[in-house]
Design a binder for this molecule. Sequence first.
Ligand code: ADP
Ligand code: ZN
Length: 673
Amino acid sequence: MVIREPWAKSLKIELFASVSMRHRDPLRQSGPQPKVASGEQGRAMVGHSAEALISTDHETRLRSCFGLEAFRPWQREAVEALLDDNQPVLVVAPTGGGKSLTYQYPASQLEGTTIVISPLIALMEDQVRGLQDRGIAATYLASTLDRSELNEREAALRRGEYRLVYVAPERLANDFAVSMLQSLNPPLVAIDEAHCISQWGHDFRPDYLRIGEVLARLKPRHVLACTATATPRVRDEIVERLGMQNGRVILRGFARPNLHLRAELLETPKQRRAAMSAALRENLGDPRNPAGGAIVYAATRKNTERFAEHVAGLGYRSAAYHAGLPAEKRNEVGLAFARGELDVVVATNAFGMGIDRADIRLVVHVEAPGSIEAYYQEVGRAGRDGAPARGLLLSASADLGLRRRLIERPWEGGARSSERIQQQWSMFLDLMRYAEAGSCRHDFILRYFGDEAEILGGCGHCDICLALEDGETTGESSPEDALVVRKALAGVARARGRVGMKAIADMLAGKDNAKVRRQGFDRLSTFGILGEHKVDWVVQLLRRLVTAGYAAIDAREYPLLYITKKGAAVMKDEEPARIVLPAKRAAPKARSSKESAPAVSDPLLFEALRQVRKELADAAHVPAYVVCSNRTLGEIADRKPNDLESLGEVHGMGPARVEQYGERLLEAVRSGA
Ligand code: ADP
Ligand code: ZN
């Protein structure tokens, strides 16, 4: 229970009686932090009443310590759960979301030295410097330091001179190092990049497995773990391994409104190069004056070199980056890219941790990465300045074989266990499902990370949402397509979760085989209702129902398909269907990476209008599709309206757009016509 008194606007008074007998930490008083903790900080206990503990408001102290105006709502939730409710906390939020503050702020307020475990040694120095700039004494311990420097830092730590110490996980293997940390009696242990603890994560690190044991030795009063990528399965594993069962999971902000996602299924290397080049051109513009940076991810070292050559041929300042290059070379490339001296880096997944460049306009994967987690982390490096940015995922059936080889390849630790191979393979298949999904890409990812609270019901600007928007009804499948979806859902419903995808597809396509007959499917009203389609196509459609959340798979013994609540609502036409049907051909034809230009009678005018749209979008700091869609531009180019009224009749214009952009568009029509 929290009582707020009018006389103490920024004071929070909490009654001990309401929080049972749990131990609480007296919080430190506000005010700038001394460079070196004195060990006799004033306490925020005020003798208002014997039962009351008064702590000044977190926000006030955030302002004075960190110079930040306010917590983001989920940061506040994390800090309050940790400090006020004394719960272990797991924070899952995208890179750049502000996770560090959720342990740095508590560290600045708690008495004693907080330990932060982080695998990103390269970033520790920056973090430490950032804290020191704010007057918060911090240091780090990693094998990159020489022995005497380590000794000095450890001595200062023992004297209580630091509020935070960053520790590389490999130090936890050393018993002396752990004893030293234990002697610090840390009030808080924070585990950054916590997904590294999970076998189900995309970045498993054996050193992380020690953390549970170390926590048991250090016995900190508070534990906080954070990561940018954790599926429900990975979260469960983190919680279990860190013993955070009574804790709170805070999950926020996977929807990135400025990130335009697109995926294309291609076949040949030539198509990949063409799609990559088109995307670079479209998003960076003229190589002589590029609009920002781009990262091209390839799956192998050799391929980074190949694609880098191609990018250089386009005229962009570019370089390859992979773990096989000497450390100095990698450093050089990373720095040059950060400084804007390189426009494009073509890299393996070794590139990325700690890239500090806000104006990355494009992240292209020319080959499929290993998992959705990896993909989302990599694509999340685009558009950190909040301006429009694009993520393009190119994949081909050849990627399946390539990934399988990469997964099975022995690594330094020796052969991989078959369990691990299975895990990685199933994570990769999830990614391929993303690549071929027929529903909103953002929603797909939100659902994958279990972030139901933020499901958008269609983001309105990924390639799928745009394809739906170009249909007759905005953001929904066309009536004919919706009927197909409802028929398929009816088939799933009638099968009552007794069989898998293939059997249902057989039933819908009207295949008269033994299994269908044994189940009595040939007598159902749904038998053969999609008879004009091939079974393979129906299987693809069923997969799309799953990725859209309309159907789900229950894999207790066999993968059985059943309809979800949402699917039932769509089937009954209570909710619109938002799915793009699979292409009729088995192997979808390659499209150019450009948003498909409609067939127009006046392509020159269309191009001129596109230019105008870009200017309008730039001026308003919004993505181009917010101004209007290609289809709308095409219709304007066709109809050549000469006043605002006839412009308003164009599909997708509407009064607001006419008012905001009408004059400028008409001007372009007049001068172009
Ligand atoms: P993450 O660890 O999630 O990748 P960081 O902690 O590095 O992200 O934060 C990214 C940026 O956001 C930093 O520049 C940080 O100063 C800023 N930031 C974090 N929280 C806030 C806030 N509440 N208000 C304003 N800026 C914030
Ligand atoms: Zn979308």
